[in-house]
Design a protein around this ligand. Structure first.
Ligand code: C2E
Ligand code: MG
Ligand code: MG
Length: 292
């Protein structure tokens, strides 16, 4: 497993030195995997929603669904604490299905409850592509929940796409043909970004938070932000800026022609009830979990 892999990577001599620490790390991963399987069974996952707004007037355009784990002992955990291990577990695709279903159902309620054009963003993982039925799964979920395809935006990363190019392209094209939005997440931080723009059926670029954070103090970051906006314009893609924390960033982005944004300035990821209260929507109550 991991220990062997790392030992090999680090060479023979290091192997002996690091073995106890690596064995412990591998044991930690095994424990976490077990706990994640229990979490699925016990319904400990929950979705938080972060508002996406129009930069012109602050009006709500949608939300990104973000996974949280209500850990029985450690409290509320963000993906950084468990996502890497989840992705390497056999329940990764199952959790992805749950996220998709839950997010679509919530979007349907909010569209009926005061935000008719509301769009929900859902992050996809590599495991969901590996299984080979992502297009069917999404299409079925839309029918089952009654969410129109335009109300859903799937977020993919360059890492997913590059590692699974053969299995990712065709299903994404099918989903795009249905009218589902496809956003490139963390745009600009990975590799081969430009050639992927030609081949993938995208509808939006998400400017990575690191460039937004840097743009008010670094000419280089500002140049990258401007370039991404120009790429978006040239490829007829929508663009949203992630991680907007200050009025200054907001104003700069708006002046550059960025139309949508997401970040702590407008709202942190929050439970459905809090989101509904903030935007005066009906249907904020937690959606009961789908039969597993
Ligand atoms: P992401 O998709 O890029 O999501 C945006 C992350 O940036 C979220 O972190 C959000 O809380 C954070 N963020 C948003 N605005 C700000 C801001 O103004 N300042 C700062 N400092 N941070 C901001 P979160 O929720 O911890 O999620 C981390 C990553 O985990 C996500 O990055 C996404 O890649 C992954 N993730 C989250 N939920 C899911 C899921 O349901 N499925 C999959 N496959 N991945 C998920
Ligand atoms: Mg995302
Ligand atoms: Mg992102």
């Amino acid at each position: 497993g991991i220990a062997l892999h790392q030992a090999k990577a680090e060479g023979r001599r290091c192997h002996r030195v690091y073995r106890p620490a690596l064995r412990e790390a591998a044991q930690q991963v095994r424990l976490l995997r077990g706990a994640l399987h229990d979490a699925v069974r016990l319904g400990e996952f929950v979705l938080f929603y972060q508002p996406q707004v129009s930069l012109a007037d602050g009006s709500l355009v949608g939300a990104e669904a973000l996974l949280r784990w209500r850990h029985p002992r450690d409290g509320l955990l963000a993906p950084a604490a468990f996502l890497a291990t989840l992705e390497s577990s056999s329940c990764a695709a199952e959790v992805g299905d749950w996220v998709l279903e839950q997010a679509c159902r919530q979007a349907v309620r909010w569209r009926a409850g005061g935000a008719p054009g509301f769009r929900i963003g859902v992050n996809l993982s590599a495991a969901q592509f590996q299984r080979g039925d992502i297009a069917e799964t999404v299409a079925r979920t839309l029918v089952r929940t009654g969410l129109p395809p335009a109300g859903l935006e799937l977020e993919i990363t360059e890492t997913i796409v590059l590692r699974h190019d053969d299995v990712a392209l065709a299903p994404l094209a099918r989903l795009r043909a249905l009218g589902v939005g496809i956003a490139f997440d963390d745009y600009g931080t990975g590799y081969a970004s430009l050639s992927l723009l030609k081949r993938y059926p995208l509808t939006r670029l998400k400017i990575d938070r690191s460039f937004v954070t840097g743009m008010t103090s670094s000419r280089r970051d500002e140049t990258i932000v401007r370039a991404i906006l120009q790429l978006g314009h040239g490829f007829k893609l929508d663009v949203i800026a992630e991680g907007i924390e200050t009025e200054r960033e907001h104003a700069r982005l708006r002046a550059k022609g960025c139309r949508e944004g997401q970040g702590f300035l407008f709202g942190r990821p929050m439970p459905a009830e809090a989101f509904a209260a903030l935007y005066g929507l009906d249907g904020g109550a937690a959606v009961p979990a789908a039969a597993q």
